[in-house]
Design a protein around this ligand. Structure first.
Ligand code: 5GP
Ligand code: ZN
Length: 108
């Protein structure tokens, strides 16, 4: 079972920000900004390349709620999902990084 599925099952502790029946948002263990949250579906999907559009559609308002909950919906933030080997994906359970809480530099 993958590490994020273990987090969903409660076998690995996490600092939860928001949860509903389909999704979980929790703090990244190695934050790259003042706010760094990982947002995942509770079903195991490897990455964005195989993400079903209905799951993505449901995930969109959940991500927006997370941004509101931590108070960065007005100031702005960045959503990143790494895909596969050349995309730098280390955990093979789709996750969106939400980073913000400070002025971010350019990524490209
Ligand atoms: P990726 O490189 O796959 O896009 O990102 C994986 C992210 O998962 C990294 O930012 C890493 O810090 C985070 N991470 C890995 N293991 C754990 C863990 O056990 N708990 C938490 N909260 N984050 C983790
Ligand atoms: Zn998984």
């Amino acid at each position: 079972m993958c590490i994020f599925c273990k987090i969903i099952k409660g076998e690995i502790p996490n600092k939860t920000i928001l949860e509903d029946e389909g999704f979980l948002a929790f703090e990244d263990i190695n934050p790259q900004a003042k706010i760094h949250i990982l947002i995942i579906p509770k079903i195991h999907i490897e990455n964005f390349d195989v993400m079903p559009s209905d799951v993505m559609a449901n995930m969109t308002p959940f991500i927006q709620k997370v941004a509101s909950k931590v108070g960065i919906n007005g100031s702005g933030y960045r959503i990143i999902t790494n895909i596969g080997r050349e995309g730098g994906q280390e955990v093979n359970h789709i996750h969106f990084h939400m980073v913000g809480g400070e002025q971010l530099g350019p990524i490209l």
